[in-house]
Design a protein around this ligand. Structure first.
Ligand SMILES: Cc1cc2nc3c(=O)[nH]c(=O)nc-3n(C[C@H](O)[C@H](O)[C@H](O)COP(=O)(O)OP(=O)(O)OC[C@H]3O[C@@H](n4cnc5c(N)ncnc54)[C@H](O)[C@@H]3O)c2cc1C
Length: 375
């Protein structure tokens, strides 16, 4: 009999899939419950910091095999179009979530991870050291649960998480486009109340993804009219919209994006990735944090629970995971919240861009503070 606890992971994004891969490799019985079915698109800028590369390669995941782009330069423009450029010391790669999550899913499946797809978890309870997970068709028991259900989910409401009730003004929109644009550049164009990132992914596709204020959508009634009135105020952005070929009829969208602090453990569920806390997209580090936090959590589970689980081991696991998470990510998320406040404001953004143009070393410092080191 396997003494190792059986593990259910709720949510099969990057945090969930990386946890599944690491734990399956260590011989744990793992089930992932995902409400969608792979491959699928997701709102995300699809720019990933190279800090994740050494670890991904140890798992057998190599973005070069999937035609990922290599990104080495950054350009940031203020709403008036004035811009600054910087070199990205560590660099990044570009790959669609459609492809990346699908590659992770296939690897996890080949390692024996059990997937329950097109299945939404409705509720979770914990009693006598066992979890019970409720889906529309069945109840599933587990010894350990990893919450990797992303930035905002029905489960946040079920668990009465504080951030769920604090309204957030942000809306996320993503397109895939074909355009005439440098292959190695990530360009962040600011506009009133938001910003838009453009960078290359696989094939000859580019990802165009932006964060805007909900109030603009309410005022203008539709995404295209909002884009024309708000995003086009930045001449660089207007030019990209005008000269690109948009591959989808409708963009992917999400609402109510929150950067508030979240709890890492809720009713003994171990939260990971965006479910534990989300860094502002402008920092371009959310996926790296999802992958890194999954590595930390899965390795801690392996260390504490390979011989089984009991209340004492559970308490140690929870404490150590929280300590490690805070040490690695708390400051990065805090700096991200500060940057979000500046770049959400038209005047402050213009001031920030003209100041950073004068002090290029400050731009490098901010990039370093919001990114991690290779792991
Ligand atoms: C506009 C925008 C742009 C961004 N750009 C970038 C970028 O360029 N670079 C970067 O590194 N990061 C970026 N990010 C952040 C990045 O997308 C996230 O940090 C990353 O996706 C987190 O991964 P995750 O696994 O935690 O969550 P997700 O990838 O969101 O996965 C969560 C999964 O849980 C599933 N799920 C939810 N509820 C349930 C349920 N009840 N039952 C079953 N399944 C459920 C969902 O379907 C989903 O697949 C951006 C974010 C936004 C909003």
């Amino acid at each position: 009999m396997n003494a190792k606890p059986n593990i259910v992971i709720i949510g099969g994004g990057l945090a969930g899939l990386i946890n599944a891969i690491v734990l399956a490799k260590a011989g744990f019985e793992v089930k992932v419950i995902e409400r969608k079915s792979y491959p699928f698109h997701k709102v995300c800028g699809e720019y990933i910091s190279n800090e994740v590369l050494p670890f991904l390669k140890t798992l057998g995941l190599n973005p070069e095999d999937w035609d990922a782009s290599k990104i080495s330069n950054l350009k940031i423009s203020a709403p008036n179009g004035k811009s600054l450029s910087a070199k990205l010391d560590l660099g990044a790669f570009g790959i669609s979530r459609y492809q990346l999550d699908f590659e992770c899913y296939q690897l996890a499946k080949s390692l024996g991870v059990n997937f329950l797809l097109n299945t939404k978890v409705l509720d979770v309870s914990f009693l006598d050291e066992k979890f019970e997970i409720e889906t529309p068709t069945q109840k599933i028991k587990a010894d350990l649960i990893i919450g990797a259900f992303g930035k905002r989910s029905n489960l946040d409401q079920k668990l009465n998480r504080k951030f769920f009730y604090q309204r957030s003004p942000y809306l996320g929109v993503k397109y895939h486009i074909q355009t005439d644009f440098p292959k190695n550049l990530i360009q962040l164009d600011n506009f009133e109340g938001g910003y838009c990132g453009i960078s290359k992914i696989e094939k000859d596709f580019y990802c165009l993804c932006y964060l805007a204020e909900n109030k603009h959508l309410k005022n203008y009634g539709s995404i295209p009219v909002m884009e024309e009135n708000i995003l086009y105020q930045n001449p660089l952005l207007k030019n990209i919209f005008k000269q690109s070929h948009f591959l989808w009829k409708q963009p992917e969208t999400i609402n109510e994006i929150s950067f508030e602090q979240k709890s890492l453990i809720e009713n003994h569920i171990l939260m990971c990735g965006d479910t534990a806390g989300m860094i502002a997209p402008l920092c371009g580090n959310g996926m790296a944090i999802a992958i890194h936090s999954a590595k930390i959590l899965a390795e801690e589970i392996i260390e504490q629970c390979s011989e089984g689980i009991n209340p004492k081991k559970r308490a140690t696991l929870e404490n150590r995971y929280q300590q490690k998470w805070h040490r690695e990510f708390a400051l990065r998320l805090k700096i991200g919240r500060g940057i979000q406040n500046i770049f959400g404001n038209k005047i402050l953004t213009s001031l920030a861009v003209s100041s950073l143009r004068k002090f290029p070393s400050l731009t490098q410092k901010i990039i370093r503070k919001t990114h991690g080191k290779p792991f």
